[in-house]
Ligand binder design. Sequence first.
Ligand code: SF4
Length: 711
Amino acid sequence: PARSARTVTRSTCCYCGVGCGVLIESEGERIVGVAGDPQHPANHGRLCSKGRTLAETARNLHGRVLQPELRAQRHEQRRPVDWGLALDTVSARLADIIERHGPDSVAFYISGQLLTEDYYVFNKLAKGLIGTNNIDTNSRLCMSSAVTGYKLAFGADGPPTCYEDLEHAKTVLFAGSNAAYAHPVLFRRLEEARERDPDVRWIVIDPRRTDTAAMADLHLAIQPGTDVALFNGMLHHLIWEGWVDADFIAHHTTGFDELKQLLRDYTPRMAAEICGISAADLITAAEWFGRSPATLSLYCMGLNQSAHGTDKNLALIQLHLATRQLGRPGAGPFSLTGQPNAMGGREVGGMATMLAAHRDITNATHRAEVEQLWKLAPGSLSPRPGLAAVELFEAVRSGKVKAVWIACTNPVHSMPDIARVRDALQRAEYVIVQEAFRDTDTVPYADVLLPATTWGEKDGTVTNSERRISRVRAAVPAPGQARHDWWIVREVARRIEARLAGPGTGPMFAFDTPAQIFDEHTALTIGRDLDIGGLDHARLEADGPQQWPFPSGSRQGQARRYADGRFATADGRACFHVTPFRPVAEPISARYPLRLLTGRLRDQWHGMSRTGRVPQLFAHSPEPSLHMHPDDAARRGLKAGELVRVASARGELVLPLEPSDEVGSGTVFAAMHWSGQFLSSGGINEVSQPATDSRSQQPELKHAAVRVEKA
Ligand code: SF4
């Protein structure tokens, strides 16, 4: 038969927050190739190993969910059903539970991998129609400490920086970021900038000697969790030497004197002792940071996934504020987003602790604004913040939440202490799972499984780490009975609306396309810090990806924020906060004497439901392992490749041992990707612990106390 013509579709990579543009090549209903988009400003045609192999993840439909399935009783097998029955059943069960137990008896757990339009409809269903704020996302595990850090310091969420700053920075500080693996295309841009200008210096703060750290001019291998002491010590030194910008502090900030009071104790010697590094190295880092013409800090999970993640973010941002290292090319604090659309999710307010367009649930004016824009009766929106990820599954476990709808994420792999999550889903009255892939650890718990489309089949937008909104486009039609996430939610919402909505309520889910959903979303942003009233799908089509803010009448978005020294707080001043150092949530003990660190591999993505389908992506790290310093392994009589049991107070798993001097003595490391598909247990979150930051409610996935012994 004649071959179909080859079509090229411009879209965006579905993995990390770099947000690279891709060109998808398709023939008929098959994706046959992927190349980097030379016109996309994030990557200028580059792709990393994950992006380059995207076509292979879409090559066949093996392992896809292609038809709705449901079961009437928990002990039964799910059986395939048509969409009409699936949607009627889901909406009837949810409406029934809401009528019996109230709106807060249902919860949604969604994903930073959903498109902005999907996120918007989920959020409107939960908060606008049902009246619960119990909608959280796996972004809680990823970026929520960065959100609270930005809001407390600057008055609004979102980084002040842009990718062009990578090329302008003279000092680059990586904090808790292995960008060489987790954000490879940005890392390549940084490498090229340093090749062009050998005076550029890199400081890497990481307990492990990662590939990023191995390339640093100065690697500070601090003890896990001591970042705040380090930043406080650096700021102490900068104040002592007079290298802070006193004029900027006086006219553009508040709270500095209180912080200065605290910092008296953080002499470089004292701080260095806490961190387990030399005072000379701490002073060098402070000087490179404060005296550089432009210092850019790149930070990620090492700061965020912590019981003190907000303070870690604040202490780093405060270094930038005190030295005015922000608001100009190459300078500023820059949180690297983990997931492809964690930013878009924050923009629509798709989390338990926020409302649309960076509004606050606890702010009556903000609630009234959203009620008006959604045409809801005054007082309709719940003033109670919803349950954040860890407490959400605890509430399912305790029976407070009866029904949970999980979409595009795999909490039975990615949540801390997953035995409790499994227990929660077993006890739940009703579990809805909306997924593209059949083999995730969460799917077996589904009472109803709804087949969703995925990358290459979907249409909408995502926002990357630099606040840039890009189009995601479908290259091939939806396979089998799979449907778009926003469509599934809309169909359930319309059915629930018909049953629950009061008299006089207009149709809330009248949209038929992602472009119409985007328009509704942009209307909610007008006048807010992230105003994108000047954008719609047509504009993105014509002019390509754009950064926010982009108010109506704009010709282009804003590359850098706060350049004029005015911040998004009520008085326009940035805020310093008192940030005392506090140790990790779970100290080591005689029973659990080793510090477990977790992180990412270069060629895998999260739970591997997609990258795990590509054989060549296993070449770099073929199997799971536990890294242990050779001296620690020898002391325990453990040899390379031997199976060891890693146990914490919560659970255990068995891994092959890999002696490695990338970790210091007393510390072990395991990648977070391997899950039940590849291991007899659920992965490293069998042992991780669920302590959370009190402000961001992000769990401390990066650190746990463990013991290691022969299996
Ligand atoms: Fe995709 Fe991130 Fe790699 Fe770019 S850097 S190709 S967005 S995984």
